[in-house]
Write a protein that binds this ligand. Structure first.
Ligand code: 13P
Ligand code: SF4
Length: 387
C-alpha cells in the first residue's frame, strides 16, 4: 500500500519520505565541504537563478549544501564538453539545476543519439546509461553510481530470451528498454512506455502474426494487451515501485479528495490502470498535467515526479504517494560531481552485443515519431501468457 503524504514537500521532518533524505541533505550536509567546495558569494551569484526553480521543494536553509556542488558540476560540464541526461525521477536539485536534457526513457535515448558532447553523464539507472552507450558508442558514458539498477532489468537475462525464442519460433520479440544490453541484443525491437502499444502493433504487422512476445514487464504486457487486442506472451518481471499501487489506494484517494484526477504509469497493475483517469509514460503524465491543469492530481509513479512537474504547473495541487525507486535515488549530486571530476564509472559494452542491441533500439527510433501514446483507462483486463 502506498503511503500518501497530503502536503507539499517544503521541508523534511523526521520520518518524512523526502527522497533527498535518503542520501542527501540530512546525511551529507558536508558533501561539498569534503570536496573542498564552499557556499561563497560567487557561488551564490552563479546559482541564485537555479534556486528560483527549486525553491518550492528545497528550503532556503538547505540551499548552501547544494549550490557549491551544482556550480562546480556546471563548470566541469563546460570544461569537459559533457552533458547530463536527467530522467524524470531525479530529485529536483539534479533535474532542474544540472540536467541538460530531461525526460522519459525515450526522450533521453533520442538525446543520447543526437548529442555532440564528448561525455554523457546519465542521471538515471544503469539500463539508461547502457542505452546511451549503445546509441553513442564513441562517447564516454558515465553513471554516477554503478549500483543504480532496476528490478525489471534484473528480472531477465539474454539466455532467458534465447530460451523463449526457441520456444516460440517466428514470434517477434519486443523488449522494454528497462533491460540489459544483453537482453536488447537478443530482441527484434525495443519499446518504452511512450510507444509500447505502437511498437507491438508494428511488430505484429511486420511479422504478419497475431502474437507478440513483450518482455519483461508482466503488467506493461497486460496493459498493452488491453490496448491492442494482440495476443501477448510475457515474463514475470515487475517494477518494484509501481507494483505497490493498488485499486484500493485509488478508492481511498477518491474518498479523501473528491474530484481528484488519478494518473498512472503503465508499469502499474491492470486494476490500477482500470481505476485511473489517465495513464502513460512519465512524459505523457507530465504533458497531461501541464496541458489540462487539473485542480488536484495524484501521479501513481515514483516520488520525485510530482516535485519536477510542479515546477511547470505551480497552480496544481499534488497529492504525493511516497513510492521511492531506491535505484534512481542512488544518483546524487555528490555522485555526479565525483563521476565528472574523476571520469569514473564508465559504462562499456562488448561491441558485438552493442551492435545487435543498437539494431533493436534503432528500429524503435526509426518508427514515425509521435506524441507519447496514452493508455486508455477503464478497460477490462486481458490475460497474457506468462512464460
Ligand atoms: P519512462 O520511460 O516512462 O520514463 O519510465 C521509465 C521507468 O523506469 C519507469 O519506472
Ligand atoms: Fe526500474 Fe521501477 Fe525503478 Fe523504473 S521505477 S527504474 S522500472 S525499479
Amino acid at each position: 500500500m502506498a503511503r500518501i503524504i497530503d502536503a507539499p514537500l517544503t521541508s523534511a521532518p523526521e520520518g518524512s519520505c523526502d527522497p533527498r533524505s535518503v542520501h542527501g541533505t540530512w546525511g551529507a550536509l558536508d558533501a561539498a565541504a569534503r570536496r573542498g567546495l564552499a557556499f561563497t558569494p560567487e557561488v551564490k551569484a552563479k546559482t541564485d537563478h537555479l534556486y528560483e526553480k527549486v525553491k518550492h521543494v528545497i528550503p532556503a536553509v538547505e540551499w548552501p549544501a547544494y549550490a557549491p556542488l551544482i556550480a562546480a558540476i556546471n563548470e566541469m560540464k563546460a570544461a569537459k564538453n559533457a552533458v547530463i541526461l536527467a530522467h524524470n525521477y531525479m530529485t529536483s536539485e539534479i533535474f532542474h539545476c544540472v540536467g541538460d536534457f530531461r525526460g522519459d526513457s525515450l526522450q533521453l535515448a533520442r538525446e543520447a543519439a543526437e548529442t555532440d558532447a564528448a561525455v554523457i553523464v546519465q542521471a538515471g539507472v544503469h539500463f539508461m546509461a547502457e542505452t546511451s552507450k549503445i546509441l553513442a558508442p564513441d562517447k564516454t558514458v558515465l553513471i554516477p553510481d554503478l549500483r543504480a539498477g532496476c528490478s525489471l532489468a534484473a528480472s531477465i537475462t539474454g539466455a532467458d530470451v534465447r530460451l523463449i525464442k526457441a520456444r516460440y519460433p517466428g514470434v517477434p520479440v519486443v523488449t522494454y528498454v528497462n533491460t540489459s544490453a544483453d537482453v536488447k541484443a537478443e530482441s527484434d525491437v525495443c519499446c518504452t512506455s511512450s510507444n509500447a502499444a505502437a511498437v507491438v502493433e508494428w511488430a505484429a504487422r511486420e511479422w504478419q502474426t497475431d502474437r507478440v512476445i513483450l518482455l519483461p514487464d508482466e503488467f506493461l504486457a497486460k496493459n498493452v494487451a488491453t490496448q491492442t487486442g494482440i495476443r501477448i506472451i510475457s515474463w514475470h518481471g515487475r517494477c518494484e515501485v509501481h507494483e505497490r499501487f493498488s485499486a484500493e489506494d485509488i478508492a481511498e484517494l477518491r474518498a479523501a479528495h473528491p474530484g481528484i484526477v488519478v494518473l498512472a504509469h503503465p508499469e502499474c497493475p491492470p486494476d490500477v490502470m482500470a481505476a485511473s483517469d489517465f495513464a502513460g509514460s512519465t512524459a505523457a503524465l507530465q504533458d497531461y498535467v501541464v496541458e489540462k491543469r487539473p485542480g488536484k492530481v495524484v501521479l501513481l509513479t515514483e516520488c520525485s515526479m510530482s516535485d519536477n512537474v510542479a515546477m511547470a504547473a505551480p497552480d496544481v495541487d499534488f497529492i504525493r504517494p511516497c513510492n521511492l525507486c531506491p535505484h534512481m535515488k542512488r544518483i546524487t549530486l555528490e555522485g555526479i560531481y565525483d563521476a565528472l571530476a574523476n571520469m569514473q564509472h564508465e559504462v562499456t559494452i562488448p561491441e558485438d552485443v552493442r551492435a545487435r542491441a543498437e539494431h533493436a533500439i534503432q528500429r524503435m527510433l526509426d518508427l514515425p515519431k509521435e506524441k507519447p501514446r496514452a493508455f486508455e483507462t477503464g478497460r477490462a483486463p486481458v490475460a497474457v501468457e506468462l512464460v
